[in-house]
Design a binder for this molecule. Structure first.
Ligand code: DGY
Length: 315
């Protein structure tokens, strides 16, 4: 029997607390990432979609959904998986989940900084291999963070949360922006090239967009100190992975900590064999608290739009 209830397409498992916020709706679930045909079919006639960064939301999907679709609520702060320009002619609202994940991503960023500067991944592998033959004075020495300079590329909320935590480790913070000058939370802003040249740790916090693609290329890596580390918890396309492999292989820079990759889940084969890089499977926001908060915020966006109210966090 037909009902007046709205249908919400959900592309994966979401916490029950988030689903409860949707109210009296029919929830349809599909794996939007691995079976494109099933995604297109499941989209037909839905009023709302809750999607992940791994789901491609493009004109073909919007066409398949049809005119009932009112909102695509990405369960992520990034929305590079969504062709926002294709949603505009249909008046479809696109929302993301800003702020609720700042702390989790900032914490993981620091995890990568420690892991690479103090050679934690490399040491762990060595112990597991049975290659530890006892304490030695010059064994596994890394870089101390206190007194060093942390360069944050991007002046957004996640980068600022990373910067705030730097005081605990006695690091000086500088921000890098398209335009130099001014301050962010009391820290000076320099041109990106200058930050690359002066920082001991460079951490990337810019969105993945055509204008940030390969922001860190061979030229940018060449500006960095040979003792410096590059951290990327933003988006894979911001770094030219082939150039990074070369810079790490030749020790042009000291190391890198990466949570994101150009062709996820494929990792550049040149990175796999290198000891001076820490590789994580895109887990920046992956805490139970944060993932729950992200899903709940996305659900609140859906509920608002379906009720004819403005979305909470439109992109
Ligand atoms: C985001 O939110 O954009 C993360 O990359 C996925 O959680």
């Amino acid at each position: 029997m037909a009902t007046d209830r709205a249908t919400v397409l959900v592309t994966g498992q979401l916490p029950s607390s988030a689903l409860a916020l949707l109210g009296d709706v029919d929830v349809r679930t599909v794996d939007g990432t691995t079976n494109r045909q099933a995604f297109l079919e499941a989209a037909r006639g839905v009023d709302a979609m809750m999607t992940f960064v791994t789901d491609t939301v493009d004109a073909a999907l919007l066409d398949a959904a049809g005119p009932a679709l009112k909102i695509v609520a990405n369960v992520a702060v990034g929305f590079d998986n969504i062709d926002v320009s294709a949603t505009r002619p249909h008046g479809i609202v696109v929302t993301n989940t800003p702020d609720v994940l700042n702390g989790a991503v900032a914490e993981l960023t620091w995890g990568l900084i420690f892991a690479i500067a103090r050679r934690i991944g490399e040491s762990d592998r060595l112990v597991r291999r049975g290659d530890w033959h006892g304490w030695a004075f010059d064994f596994m020495t890394g870089m101390e963070l206190a007194g060093k300079t942390l360069g944050i590329i991007g002046k957004g909320r996640i980068g600022r949360d990373v910067a705030r935590r730097a005081a605990a480790f006695d690091m000086r913070v500088v921000f890098g922006g398209r335009e130099a000058g001014g301050e962010v939370d009391g820290h000076p802003v320099f041109a990106i090239d200058d930050v690359l040249a002066m920082a001991d740790v460079v951490s990337l916090h810019v969105p993945g967009r055509p204008d940030t693609r390969h922001l860190i290329d061979a030229r940018a890596l060449d500006l960095m100190k040979p003792t410096a580390y590059l951290i990327n918890t933003a988006r894979g396309i911001v770094v030219d992975e082939a150039a990074l492999v070369e810079a790490l292989r030749t020790r042009r820079i000291a190391g890198a900590g990466l949570d994101v990759f150009e062709r996820e889940p494929v990792v550049h084969p040149g990175l796999i064999g290198l000891d001076n890089v820490v590789l994580l499977p895109h887990i920046g926001s992956a805490t139970v608290e944060t993932r729950t908060a992200m899903a709940e915020l996305a659900a609140r966006n859906v509920a608002a739009v379906l009720a004819g109210r403005p979305p909470v966090t439109p992109v």
